[in-house]
Design a protein around this ligand. Structure first.
Ligand SMILES: C[S@@+](CC[C@H](N)C(=O)[O-])C[C@H]1O[C@@H](n2cnc3c(N)ncnc32)[C@H](O)[C@@H]1O
Length: 334
């Protein structure tokens, strides 16, 4: 069979099919379902503007399969691949979907049908680095409950749900209704609804007290100024005998909440905290104040004051743009 696929395209498609390179396919869902490169992920060009969080980090190489006509923003020049490049993504190549591509993929066993079975986004690399340690601590149990405070779109929760050897049941919390609505859509799109136990729009204040909001963003008047325990027991599957095995606070800091950590966790459960810090070297603008930046030695002092908690690790890491974060793992010991 003749093909007009150039050598570079063949090599990139092979890498995608082998799971060595990420591939975004921006065509219509029905065309993607009919045929696509194995391991590629479908996000329609018209939805990309609302789904940046589902893309890989900007420095991760990416191939885009597209129809060669449509862009992300019709007021801009170019198609999806070039518009993503203009926005800073590392697009190795745009490949136009055509019969030559599918024939070549078919001949080489790289053709797949159906919906996306992969995701493009990556979790917090710092969470990924400690997750085996966390799951191993729960052995022989193979299922556990996680609560993400300040979950955003739920990227880390979704990633946990894709762990193959361990089943995570998730609960999500964020002060922004947009975040929780996005989380809900995201989990629906990934067919992960059965993994969600609870999701709430709620805000914790500087004293560690909670206020619940509706999904439309209205304050719920009988759910204001609640302690963590009473807020969780009214709105989550949470009681004396059913607590969380893992609490995530990623790029979110509320010092007052730390004192409630032991109360929220099952025995041997963990708090994973990864938040901006002053490392004494890096100068950065946002977040501006110490309210959102841990200070050197602060976590050690805070944990030392809390009963039943042990600091398992406390390291400095860096996020994609070079800002320093403190990566902290705390375990409940009794
Ligand atoms: C920088 S984002 C991080 C999101 C997510 N954890 C991640 O790493 O992608 C911080 C999140 O915390 C939420 N947040 C900020 N203050 C909050 C508060 N007081 N109570 C609950 N959520 C809050 C924000 O709405 C936002 O979604």
């Amino acid at each position: 069979m003749t093909t007009s696929l150039i050598e570079t395209e063949r090599s990139l498609v092979t890498k995608v099919a082998k799971g060595l390179l990420k591939c975004l396919d921006t065509r219509d869902a029905h065309e993607f379902t009919r045929c696509h490169i194995q391991n590629s992920v479908n996000i329609h060009y018209s939805k990309l503007q609302h789904l940046w969080f589902q893309l890989p980090a900007k420095q991760v190489p990416l191939v885009v399969v597209e129809d060669g006509i449509h862009g992300i923003d019709e007021n801009e020049q170019g198609t999806c691949g070039s518009q993503l490049k203009d926005r800073g993504w590392l697009v190795e190549k745009s490949i136009i979907a055509n019969e030559s591509l599918w024939n070549w993929c078919r001949e080489n066993g790289f053709l797949e049908e159906g919906t996306s079975k992969q995701v493009l986004f990556s979790p917090s690399p710092h969470l990924a680095a400690v997750i085996d340690k966390i799951e191993t601590a729960f052995a022989p149990k193979k299922t556990a409950r996680v609560l993400d405070i300040g979950c955003g779109s739920g990227r880390d929760l979704a990633w946990l749900c894709f762990r193959s050897k361990f089943q995570w049941m998730v609960s999500a919390l964020d002060a922004e209704k947009r975040a929780i609505n996005r989380f809900t859509d995201f989990f629906e799109q990934l067919n992960l609804e059965s993994r969600v136990e609870d999701a709430c729009v709620a805000k914790v204040d500087q004293n560690g007290l909670w206020t619940l909001y509706t999904r439309e963003g209205k304050r719920v008047t009988d759910q204001e100024g609640l302690t963590t325990a009473s807020f969780l027991s009214s709105n989550f599957r949470f009681n004396e005998s059913e607590k969380f095995d893992l609490i995530l606070q990623i790029r979110f800091l509320n010092r007052a909440l730390l004192k409630d950590t032991a109360e929220m966790l099952n025995k041997n459960g963990f708090l994973f905290l990864c938040t901006f810090t002053d490392d004494g070297k890096t100068v950065y603008e946002y977040p501006k104040t110490q309210d959102h930046r841990l200070q050197k030695g602060e976590i050690k002092k805070l944990v030392a004051k809390l009963d039943g908690l042990e600091l398992v690790c406390d390291d400095i890491g860096y996020i994609e743009d070079g800002r320093p974060v403190e990566v902290v793992l705390i375990q409940k010991t009794n």
